[in-house]
Ligand binder design. Structure first.
Ligand code: DHB
Ligand code: FE
Length: 279
């Protein structure tokens, strides 16, 4: 039986990917942001997950105003890094797990989550930057990845409660897969940031840290945060954090924290990172 063994959350700031790609991680500006991922790199090397279900958002790379799936699951054999304007990142191609992905798609849809199924897609910084933060710069990514894309770019994004419930449904789907697989669920994006308008640069460390607190233990208070609170307290792009609730929902009733990191400044966004285990 496949098992969800851990949940990981991380910001996906594109400039972190640039710092990694161009070997700038030891520079004084970037070093403290990357230092908080050292623990996780060692831990991941020991954990050796077979598959990561990587919850992320596309930033008008694969989708645009023509097609806006609320929840989409990648069932492809592989995914190339997207060209986001400067050529594709020189990171490994992302290998998928079509058998498990189709099983999850079937289980979710019959469980009344109306997923969009994707058989061909390039993946942007939302997916590849967290891989770089957790695995560094390997020749090939050390696990298979099932991309799970969430619309948090164009209003209306899904509610936090719906995201949490999707995570619970993902846990049921994984538990009903016969093969013995070590599966992690990652939630990416956030934390507080606003990239445009008069409030550009907004950071709310107190709110972000309260959100990190809320992921640990048996409370489910985070699922009821309304969109307007994310917008007001964490800026126009802070809504990316609803994706962390899919990860949290997939871990079940209670969690234990293994590692936690928060750092400002890094580009325009508060770097948040947490590693959780189901209790
Ligand atoms: C930044 C952060 C993001 O989450 C993103 O998608 C793009 C840019 C930033 O901090 O610059
Ligand atoms: Fe983003």
């Amino acid at each position: 039986m496949a098992r969800i063994t851990a949940g990981v959350a991380s910001s996906h700031i594109p400039a972190l990917g640039v710092a990694s790609d161009f070997d700038k991680t030891a520079e004084p500006y970037w070093a403290p942001a990357f230092a908080g991922y050292e623990w996780t790199k060692h831990w991941e090397a020991e954990q050796k997950p077979d598959v990561v279900i990587l919850v992320y958002n596309d930033h008008a790379s694969a989708f645009d105003m023509k097609i806006i799936p609320t929840f989409a699951i990648g069932c492809a054999e592989s995914y190339r890094p997207a060209d986001e304007g400067w050529g594709p990142r020189k990171v490994p191609v992302v290998e998928g797990h079509p058998d498990l992905a189709w099983h999850i798609a079937q289980s979710l849809i019959l469980d009344e989550f109306d997923m969009t199924i994707i058989n061909e897609m390039d993946v942007d910084h939302g997916l590849t930057v967290p891989l770089s933060m957790m695995f560094g710069k390997p020749e090939a990514w050390p696990c298979k990845v099932i991309p799970l894309a969430v619309n948090v770019v164009t209003y209306p994004p899904p509610s936090g409660n719906r995201c949490w419930a999707l995570g619970e449904a993902i846990a049921r789907a994984v538990a009903s897969y016969d093969e013995d697989l070590n599966v992690q669920v990652w939630g990416t994006g956030g934390m507080s940031h606003q990239l445009q308008g008069p409030r550009a640069g907004l950071i709310n460390a107190a709110w972000d840290n309260d959100f990190l607190d809320g992921l640990v233990g048996d409370s489910d208070r985070l699922r009821y945060i309304p969109h307007i609170e994310y917008l007001r307290e964490t800026g126009s792009e802070g809504i990316e954090m609803v994706m962390w609730l899919i990860m949290r929902g997939a871990l079940g009733p209670a969690t234990r924290v293994l590692h936690r990191h928060y750092h400002v400044p890094a580009s325009n966004t508060a770097v948040g990172h947490i590693v959780l285990e189901p209790v």
